[in-house]
Design a protein around this ligand. Sequence first.
Ligand SMILES: Cc1cc2nc3c(=O)[nH]c(=O)nc-3n(C[C@H](O)[C@H](O)[C@H](O)COP(=O)(O)OP(=O)(O)OC[C@H]3O[C@@H](n4cnc5c(N)ncnc54)[C@H](O)[C@@H]3O)c2cc1C
Length: 459
Amino acid sequence: MIDNKSKRHYIAIIGGSISGSEAAFILAEKGYRVVVFEMNDLPYGKIEDGLPNWHINLRNKQEKNIDLKLNHPNVRYVPDVRIGKDINFDDLVNNWGFTVVILANGAWKDRALPISNIDKFIDHGLIYQNSLLHWFNHKHEPDYNGIQYKIKDGTVVIGGGLASLDVMKLGMIEMVQMELSKQKGIDIDLFTFEKKGILKILDGYGISLSDLGLKGMTLVYRRTAFDMPLKTPRDDSEESIQKAREVSNRLLHKYASNFIFEFVPLGSPIEKIEENGKLQAVVFQKNELVGGKILPLKGETFTLKTPLLISSIGSLPDRITGLPYDGSTLEMKNMNGYMVKGFTNVFAIGNAVTGRGNIQESKAHGTMMTNKIIDHHLEKEDLFEEWLVNYNENLKSVVQEQIEEIDKEIKSKEIMPDEIIEGILDKSEALQKKIGYTTYEKWIKFKTPIRLEDILKNN
Ligand SMILES: Cc1cc2nc3c(=O)[nH]c(=O)nc-3n(C[C@H](O)[C@H](O)[C@H](O)COP(=O)(O)OP(=O)(O)OC[C@H]3O[C@@H](n4cnc5c(N)ncnc54)[C@H](O)[C@@H]3O)c2cc1C
């Protein structure tokens, strides 16, 4: 007989990363039992598969934090189960008996490039950021059997923001590292490249990019470098906005210079050019900015020939059959809500709700952190790390607020009879057993792949 009242509610969380682990921990501390369903072996989401693997300390720290939260006696971690595929969402909501189901599945669907029929070139001329990063972070693993990409000279990247700058760094390092080794017999590891920058390294050997037969990559952004969201203004004053714009502009050009890539502002992709079934070029609409708005310059276009196109224009929540969507956004009961439309027991938290925009703007904490960054680290190269820490801290505090509200909903629901709780325990245990899962700690140790830095250390 289960006596504690909180223990008589079982909560399902979909996704185990920053949002899911935060939610699971808060609920577990309140005495609720929680099952976290995670589609991958590891619960680290974008930290493991989205953040380029040179961010070693940040990755390790954030992953350790997720471990501390999920390794809680009231949390049952069920990996390798994708809700919507391995378990139908309807089944989870209607038949398992959970008091509430919380979506913390993040944003894993690459925003589609606005070029008609371009997706037929996926992995044959077009790479979206999520697959690119997955390959980049895992390709060194001895048992990696995913798709193999090759960054080609002249690659065009479409995007803006810090993640797209990481994509530029990644691509340029890949090419230069390979050519330097092949043509000059000089082997330099990824971490050195990332730390020093390509320009400094090549200068040190008296070699230029063109000596290696390379022309480099090009980043195309629909606005200007001043408009890149690399810096958040300290406040709404004209002076702060202007200062942030100038910092963004300086940063972009600093990155472009250190990693030797071209930057083309004010272009939006509109058309593809193909020949014999191969992507040859992309046509861009020239834009002007009027009062901050992007306006197409009538009849003015430019074309960039490219052997490879990379799209780095952001991710949106992935669709799960059985849930209501309005376009790419999950439909909620009200604008700032967390309850999913059409349900009284399904909630969405973190990035699973709307993607990142709302979260960044919604929290004072985030603004405070951003100001701190502007003050103390004005033009440091590890800006992406600062941004991500800020973003994730912000996300966690949003999740904390959302969970407090969801807690009120849970308390208003009927407690569960023993047989429902036992049913959930049995079913989730069967899923764990099927894959040989015993304890959280053992599983994580077993499934964490060999890290590139460890391979390099041992060589
Ligand atoms: C390089 C980079 C780019 C970024 N770009 C964006 C962006 O474009 N948009 C944005 O909103 N945020 C973006 N972020 C921010 C990022 O999403 C946050 O830093 C943070 O990782 C979000 O945490 P989360 O827990 O909400 O989501 P995630 O880290 O994405 O975690 C979601 C978890 O849910 C799991 N999951 C997903 N679907 C299912 C399912 N059906 N069943 C079971 N498990 C499932 C995933 O495997 C994952 O572990 C980016 C971060 C990085 C590092």
